[in-house]
Design a protein around this ligand. Structure first.
Ligand code: GLA
Length: 364
């Protein structure tokens, strides 16, 4: 009996060994499988915008497998990292930077100067009156020096100024508080401060809707002027945030060629392709809720395939491509422009699995 039970134990442990060996093979096969970054190793880094929930567990593993660059989605924005004049909240940004450094992943810093997500104190003095231009530029300088210095060892590129150009055809610069108080000087100053703080960092002007001729002409004009003045701009961040309905190859190519003609580096900084048309804020969200039809998926597959074939074609100008969020379940578009309207704009589905569009991006 004892002998028999010994034999059973032996067989059982053999089985366990066999099963775990098979599992190991499975795991090592899975981890040796290529990720986006590997397919694109001869092209450009492939990045993803992340929050602190993304950098652990299965999502963290997915980031490490597929990407070799990260951008903190919100945690370096002024309102979050510098909520009070005398207090910086480094916690989340530090965690993301530590994660990336530990795993030898590049980091894009986002962003140093923007009209949104600003802290309440920024534009006001103690009496609640709007601050002077000098005071605001001083505050901007101190903010940029502090943040850039802290992450100098890790962040190789910054979105220095975000979205300063107006969408309104009658206006050049956006009528933001920055503009109202400083005129256009806040843009020059932000780049100069960032360059002074870290002369090695690549410095980007980042904006959206750049495949639209009217907006990109204005951004081109702005960058041309900055370069003529000797302002240290390294490149243009073309955000992305496209829709399956409005993305044309010729628009994308003209955009790349235009900015490349200025001798600037180009990064696609916030790529996602929504299944909804842009700019249509429907009152009745139920009409469009959560229907990801086969036809939409097919359209999205070919949009992604086209976009990446263009990126590869112009690889000599492009030194980074970043997706805005990791997977469909965590896209900002699930709450914008309509709160709670489910979108499916990325290459990984709600369960973190590769979507068919993934294969169109990596098979070339
Ligand atoms: C803009 C900003 C990003 C982010 C997105 C939405 O594109 O540059 O920081 O806020 O909007 O997530």
């Amino acid at each position: 009996m004892k002998f028999l039970s010994g034999k059973i134990t032996l067989i059982a442990s053999g089985l366990v060994l066999l099963i775990s060996c098979n599992n190991m093979q499975h795991i090592s096969k899975a981890s040796s499988e290529k990720g986006l970054k590997d397919y694109y190793k001869d092209y450009f880094p492939i990045g993803v915008a992340v929050n602190i929930h993304n950098i652990a567990g299965k999502q963290g593993a997915l980031i490490l497998k597929e990407f070799n660059s990260v951008t903190p989605e919100n945690d370096m924005k002024m309102g979050l990292i510098h909520p009070r004049q005398d207090f910086y909240n480094w916690r989340n940004a530090d965690s993301i930077v530590d994660f990336a450094v530990r795993h030898h992943i590049k980091i894009r810093g986002h962003n140093l100067c923007w009209h949104q997500q600003t802290p309440y104190w920024l534009f006001k003095d103690k009496e609640g009156k709007t601050v002077s231009k000098d005071t605001l530029l001083q505050r901007l300088k101190s903010h940029i020096f502090t943040v850039v210095n802290r992450y100098k060892h890790a962040v190789y590129a910054w979105d220095v100024v975000n979205e300063a150009i107006s969408d309104d055809s009658t206006q050049f610069l956006r009528n933001s508080k920055w503009y109202q108080i400083c005129g256009e000087d806040f843009i020059d100053s932000a780049f100069c401060y960032a360059h002074e703080a870290d002369p090695k960092a690549q410095l980007f002007y980042n904006d959206y809707k750049l495949i639209h001729p009217q907006k990109r002409r204005k951004v081109y004009q702005l960058l041309k002027t900055l370069l003529a003045k000797g302002i240290p701009v390294t490149g243009i961040g073309i955000q992305g945030h496209w829709s399956i309905y409005d993305l044309k190859q010729e628009d994308l190519e003209s955009t790349i060629k235009l900015f490349a003609s200025l001798g600037l580096k180009i990064q696609f900084t916030e790529v996602d392709i929504s299944i909804f048309p842009k700019g249509r804020k429907r009152a009745n969200k139920m009409l469009e809720d959560s229907i990801y039809t086969n036809a939409m998926e097919v359209k999205q597959d070919s949009a992604y395939k086209m976009v990446f074939s263009v990126f590869r074609k112009y690889k000599k100008y492009i030194n980074g491509v970043t997706f805005w969020n990791l997977y469909d379940g965590d896209s900002w578009l699930n709450n914008y422009p309509i709160k709670g309207r489910k979108d499916y704009p990325l290459l990984f589905d709600n369960a973190l699995q590769r979507k068919p569009a993934y294969w169109g991006v990596v098979k070339f």
